[in-house]
Design a binder for this molecule. Sequence first.
Ligand code: ARG
Length: 581
Amino acid sequence: MTILQELEARLASALATTLGEPTSAAVTAAADLRFGDYQSNAAMVLAKLRKTNPRALAQEIISHLQLDGLATADIAGPGFINFHILPQAYSAHASALLRDPKLGVPAIGEGQTVVIDFSAPNVAKPMHVGHIRSTIIGDSLCRIARFLGFKVIADNHIGDWGTQFGMILQGWKTLLNPEALEADPIPELLRIYRDVNAATKADPTVLEICKNELVKLQAGDPENLAIWQQCIDVSKRGLQKIYDTLDVQFDHWLGESYYNDRLAGLVDEFLKKGIARESNGAICVFSDGSKKPEDDPFMVHREEGWTDNPAIIRKADGGYLYATTDLATIQFRIDEWKANQIWYVVGVPQQLHFRQLFDAAARWGKTGDFRHVAFGSILGEDRKLMKTRSGDNVQLTDVLTEAVERAAKIIAEKNPDLQGEEAAEIARIVGIGAVKFAELSQNRLTDYVFAWDRMLALQGDTAPYLQYSTVRIRSIFRKLDAPFDATAAEISLTAPEEIHLARLHARFGELLPLILEDFRPNLLANYLLELARAFHSFFEACPVLKSDEPLRSSRLALCELTARILSAGLGLLGIRCPERM
Ligand code: ARG
């Protein structure tokens, strides 16, 4: 049990005694440590309901609170109950954490299957820095959800059946350079896509040809299908390389094309059930009128007032759309994978798509907890959308290569002893870690500025700082003559720095479930920074190797627990930690 859960349990029994009926109330970590470690506003909330004096009620609750061995409690302000955890409770908790491979993290996801839909780039188009956010956030959510006991299915819903294939087919047939494709396929596919795209702008007949190629592909033309398949294969190989660099894994790659066979039946079913109807030759989902227009994704406010904002699921020419595929995908994930939840890690611009999708799925009887985990843009240091000098979108591979190169330079300066493959491996771990941490330490909804120097700094709110802190703690243990058994240590906390460190250790298991309430890995990132800073203060104030037993072992155990939580926490962000740096 976490300390927070323990407090909630004891508060619940005090409330039951005070009020004469079972009552539970939330306890939260205090924002300001001067007022204690945890607090509850239970007395204020309940007093309002019962129209009594909140401070008097708080006093009565406290008189029934059995906190022995755990905490003391007092009242503050209009009726807050503040809890002050006893140092011995923190020591006991730290000892328990050292024996727990899960480091106090509860299995809140037990019995739940969640599909996490992330990355999902479009084939034959490059992954750009927008996809980087989805990939990094999605991967971290997979790791966190698994650690919390969810059954996680990571699915890469790649865009492998879009209208871009009209242009790619035309380019493949007329412009392809087979050697370039062999050498590095993704840029070559991108080149032909761009060249044809430019040609369509100059000459409308080219656009007609492309459309025709697309129609042939969709009708199952063998030549076009074979080219399409080859594009998918080379693109997947190129993408896999990037995922390897990023240390990201998927359980499935069921792209849009996987659902092609299901779309016609789906549209028929929607028509039959009255969820969709014909409009100007297209089949569309309209509002069912069950919601206020403000909350209805199929209504939009225009100058003339509220008007329909339907989702097309079959175009007048018979083509199916992104929304159609996504509906079929939901059905598949529920039926085949028994998904209880689906989290879509996709940028803010697709918000309307997902609101409509979830609404239509519910009307179709597909129930589950579906969430759009949206995120903002990445900006360059000029605060404009990040572009290359030639005005193109910055490509993910270039960002990663540059990160590793810059990390290598810094490492060579700071630690010239590191050489060869070891130095190269550390540069990869540090460079990629820095990019991931810069992403994950931000609120996902805000646009963030991509600043190399800031993200690679060894001091500051960075991955290298956390990695360096972990490496430093581990190096303490290398100075010992014999292996240290932290579980045998008697932990005692007296210095305020020790108590604060143990306080943060206890927070790890309380914090992780909160992350999933609103999908905010930045809570973990910021917690790890706080933990590392607390460690450095402790290490400055409290001699470790130079103290006498039993204090020495107690402090070594705190070091060990800190290192374990730091590396577990970094691992949940998808960030590795080197042995040395
Ligand atoms: N391929 C899409 C894009 O790059 C993202 C797909 C997200 N997943 C989904 N099921 N719609 O914009």
